[in-house]
Design a protein around this ligand. Structure first.
Ligand code: SAH
Length: 217
């Protein structure tokens, strides 16, 4: 199986042809081997146009959705980024390639441990992972705030104020918001005055964000 050819085809057919234009995002998706982030049984499907199971009832997002969310963060390479929902670590690897430092939180320990191994194997050492498996623990990473970019890769019932509070001025938050079966991707920009501007994007379907300002476990 030639994963590199499959990856190039994925980027052309699913990412570039659907309008993703950020050259850095495209290059990062050409570089990061998505197949190492899925379970071995799914490696042959890793470049398909769909989400896949990663165990623990969670999923790795569809490549196009990953690309779109990443592009919406408008990263230039200098940013401090917060990710909620490490999952497989694939999105984390892209962020680590495109930003300065990445802080990623995951509530399911075995997923975080596997993601750590994958990130280490790619020598992406600018990532700090945190396991938030205590049901009462707040969403976010207050000690490291503020962040230039925040990405939530699980669906929330509303925009958690705990996350907009952790956003730097000029920073961007990308989050799916809606019901447990369908959400709208929202891009929220905090302007220099500290006001929040909302840009709605596509409809999508994510596993639930669990926690105090998310869904109940
Ligand atoms: N970006 C990941 C998406 C994984 S699915 C990938 O492409 O692989 C979303 C993840 O969010 C799940 O692993 C789930 O356990 C995690 N999650 C849900 N609520 C969370 C919370 N409050 N804090 C951290 N992680 C959370």
């Amino acid at each position: 199986m030639n994963f590199e050819i499959m990856r190039r085809k994925m980027v052309q057919d699913q990412i570039v042809s659907r309008g993703i234009r950020d050259r850095r995002v495209i290059d990062a998706m050409l570089r990061i081997p998505r197949h190492i982030f899925v379970q071995e049984a799914f490696a042959a499907q890793a470049y398909n146009d769909k989400a896949l199971p990663i165990g623990e009832k969670q999923t790795i997002s569809q490549p196009y959705v990953v690309a779109l969310m990443t592009e919406k963060l408008a990263l230039t390479g200098t940013e401090k980024v917060l990710e909620i929902g490490t999952g497989s670590g694939y999105q984390t690897a892209l962020l680590a390639t495109l930003a300065d430092r990445v802080f990623s939180a995951e509530r399911i320990r075995p997923l975080a441990l596997r993601a750590r191994k994958c990130l280490d194997s790619l020598k992406l050492f600018n990532v700090q992972l945190r396991i938030n498996d205590n049901e009462g623990s707040p969403i976010g990473w207050e000690e490291e705030a503020p962040f230039d970019a925040v990405i939530v890769t699980a669906g929330a019932p509303e925009v958690p104020t705990i996350l907009t509070d952790q956003l730097a001025k000029g920073g961007r938050l990308v989050i799916p918001v809606g019901t447990d079966s369908e959400q709208q991707l929202l891009i929220i920009v905090k302007d220099e005055a500290g006001d929040l501007l909302y840009e709605p994007s596509v409809m999508c379907r994510f596993v639930p964000l669990i926690g105090r300002q998310g869904w109940q476990a």
